[in-house]
Every structure is written in structure tokens, then in C-alpha cells.
Write a protein that binds this ligand. Structure first.
Ligand code: SAM
Length: 219
């Protein structure tokens, strides 16, 4: 069965094979809905993957939005967020942006910081920096260092938050087999390919993709 993917605030750039939701009826939008209004038109535990590219900073109540995403996701489902970084000029140049985010923001949604207002906690599955386009020829480690002290170096963050499995679901996850090597061990949903993979092959996909031709064919 194909995974159910929902692209919230998709605009006219909906990701492939997803249900596009936006408050404006643009091409590719399947459901017109204001994301500041709850509930969203999806059942509990019914979605495998929620995509939020350049939208979370537009919405009024981040805690309520991520709570709604948590409700819609099935256990083990992933919320993929791309968002501008707090000290980049893009964050504050768009008059429609209502919030800014740092690398610590996610700790309030993953139980790492004490949560006073949320009853849900995601797992942080992955985190990546996006750097300013004009610095594309500078090595990453230099940009990472400069980004600690200067603005306009880090352009954004790419974050994958996973809704944890229930105890029962965890057992199921442990009993699954890797789609590549068929070994049975703890599986992870690969955010790029939406495949259930064991730890070693998850690393293969993200880091050694070019070296592993046979594997590339299969994903
Ligand atoms: C910066 S665009 C991002 C579009 C697309 N996700 C992308 O990355 O190219 C923000 C989108 O969010 C939509 N949007 C803003 N506020 C919204 C709201 N309250 N409810 C639904 N969509 C909203 C806008 O219509 C717009 O299409």
C-alpha cells in the first residue's frame, strides 16, 4: 500500500504523490484549508508522512500545529520540516512570517526540554543545516563555524520528527525486516525514500549512496 503523504502549505510546489493542503486554491492543492483552524481534515493516526516546507513560520500557534500533526500521524510516521533560520535575513524580510526557529526550538517538541504546554513528544529523527546559497563554494566545516557567530550564514534547518510507536507498535517495528538485506533488527523509516531499512542500510542511503549501485537501484 502506498504511504499517505500530506504536504501542508504546499503552495503550487506540492511534493509528488502527496495530498496538498493550502489556504489558497493553487494548482496541485487538493484540500483548501486554513492551517490556523483546527482540526485539519485528516483522521487520527491516518498519515505516514507530513511535509511542512516553508510553512510553519507562517502559522499562528506552533504548539497547536505540531499537536495536530502528531494527532494525524500514525505511530512511526514522520513530520518533515524545512524552515528558515532565525538569524537569516529571509526570516524577517517576509511580512507573513510570525515566528522564528533555532536549533533548540525542536527540544520543546521532543521532550528534551521540560514541556509545560504540550502533551505530545516526537523523536528527533534527523537534523540538517542549510547554508546561504552565496557561500556554496565554502567548505561546510567553515560555514558551520562561522554560523555560530555570524548571521546570514545558516539559511535554514531541515528537521525530521517521528511520532513514537506505542509499546505494541515498537514490538512490530522490531519484528520487521530490512527491505534491502532482509535481516531482522530495529528498522528505521528512511525519510528520503520512505522505506523501512535497518541501521546500516539507512546509513548507506544517506552517506554512501554513490558507492552502492545495487542498493541505489532498489530504493
Ligand atoms: C512560502 S510558501 C511555501 C510553499 C511550498 N511549501 C514551498 O516550499 O515551496 C507558504 C505557503 O503557505 C500557505 N499558507 C500560509 N498561511 C497559511 C494558512 N494559514 N493555511 C494554509 N496555508 C497557508 C501560502 O498560501 C503559501 O502557499
Amino acid at each position: 500500500m502506498n504511504p499517505v503523504i500530506v504536504d501542508l502549505g504546499c503552495g503550487d510546489r506540492k511534493i509528488r504523490h502527496s495530498v496538498g493542503v493550502d489556504c489558497v486554491h493553487l494548482s496541485g492543492v487538493d484540500k483548501v484549508h486554513d492551517l490556523n483552524v483546527f482540526p485539519y481534515p485528516f483522521d487520527d493516526d491516518s498519515v505516514d508522512r507530513v511535509v511542512m516546507n516553508n510553512i510553519i513560520e507562517h502559522l499562528d500557534d506552533t504548539i497547536a500545529v505540531l499537536g495536530e500533526v502528531y494527532r494525524m500521524l500514525r505511530p512511526g510516521g514522520v513530520c518533515h520540516i524545512e524552515v528558515v533560520y532565525w538569524n537569516h535575513k529571509y526570516t524577517w524580510s517576509d511580512p507573513q512570517h510570525k515566528h522564528a526557529f533555532t536549533e533548540l526550538s525542536w527540544e520543546f517538541f521532543t521532550g528534551k526540554r521540560k514541556q509545560y504546554y504540550t502533551s505530545y513528544a516526537f523523536e528527533l529523527l534527523s537534523f540538517e543545516w542549510q547554508y546561504d546559497y552565496h557561500l556554496k563554494n565554502i567548505p561546510k566545516f567553515i560555514k558551520r563555524f562561522l554560523g555560530k557567530f555570524l548571521c546570514n550564514v545558516i539559511a535554514g534547518m531541515v528537521v525530521d520528527l517521528k511520532k513514537p510507536y506505542t509499546e505494541e507498535g515498537k514490538k512490530m517495528e522490531e519484528n520487521m525486516t530490512c527491505e534491502y538485506c532482509m535481516e531482522s533488527e530495529t528498522m528505521h523509516l528512511n525519510p528520503k525514500s520512505d522505506r523501512m531499512l535497518c541501521k546500516s542500510h539507512r546509513v548507506d542511503v544517506t552517506r554512501n549512496q554513490r558507492r552502492c549501485k545495487d542498493f541505489r537501484r532498489r530504493i
